[in-house]
Design a protein around this ligand. Sequence first.
Ligand SMILES: NC(=O)c1ccc[n+]([C@@H]2O[C@H](COP(=O)([O-])OP(=O)(O)OC[C@H]3O[C@@H](n4cnc5c(N)ncnc54)[C@H](OP(=O)(O)O)[C@@H]3O)[C@@H](O)[C@H]2O)c1
Length: 278
Amino acid sequence: MPASAVPPAPDFLYGTAWKEDRTAMLTEQALRAGFRGIDTANQRRHYFEAGVGQGLAAAYRAGVVRREELFLQTKFTYQGGQDHRLPYDPDADLTTQVSQSMASSLEHLGTERVDSYVLHGPASGHGWTDDDAEVWAAMARERDAGRTRVLGVSNVSLRHLQQLEAGGGPLPAFVQNRCFARLGWDRSVRAFCRERDIVYQGFSLLTANPEVMRHPGIGALAARAHATPAQVVFRFALAVGMLPLTGTTSAEHMTQDLASRDLALSAEEIAAIERLAG
Ligand SMILES: NC(=O)c1ccc[n+]([C@@H]2O[C@H](COP(=O)([O-])OP(=O)(O)OC[C@H]3O[C@@H](n4cnc5c(N)ncnc54)[C@H](OP(=O)(O)O)[C@@H]3O)[C@@H](O)[C@H]2O)c1
């Protein structure tokens, strides 16, 4: 499937990391607040994917939302990124680990197919390895078997993406990266994505950029728009074509984060934020 065949993804993703036994409650609350995209991972160390499934089930039961109205995204995580609670046999080959992890995710999430399946991070920070190529091919087979609509990669550099492309494998539909303003908001990776119709998902937009959050220019923009600096950052992210993630645990911030979509910022203001720190 070409990268352009991206499913209709919502314009905001609710992230479920680090919520432990509040995961189900917060997932349901996010759906009630209006989020229609959920990001998780089969990595018990940072995510409680089964809790996400419990939250989804509660929302379905209460009539808040139906499965087909949701965009569900989860991830395959190498053993190096996991603790002892593995969703696969550590002695199995990587191809088998991908299919075991996917089967476990589908069970956790109570669905027969996710919308996006993401490689949580390549095996090496230096480049796209043979292990990555094996995992990526296994993920493509999961997609071909109908267990995910599209594929994505996370925590990648421009070099990873160029090597993935040169290897001739399918391009991802999504790239999910921590977005640092001091790197021009991940300018080079975003440009690679834009040229190939890959949707860039940005996380840690607030926490990776404390200098932006306290920048007087952002404060002035926020004051003029009767908004918060966090809302200005999310509005900026949307305006430059990102699909932002928020993992807020606050009901008020859930509402504010979604409301940032309606903030009026001019093209000049967006351009000024893009140049702010990088
Ligand atoms: N692919 C990866 O490797 C990876 C890595 C990290 C994260 N992620 C994904 O991205 C999601 C989001 O993670 P994140 O790193 O961006 O951090 P986050 O969990 O969204 O944390 C953001 C921080 O910003 C605060 N916040 C949110 N909305 C706010 C608002 N409107 N005003 C003021 N503060 C606000 C939150 O506090 P409150 O809770 O008090 O609102 C929280 O302290 C994760 O849940 C996960 O799904 C992926």
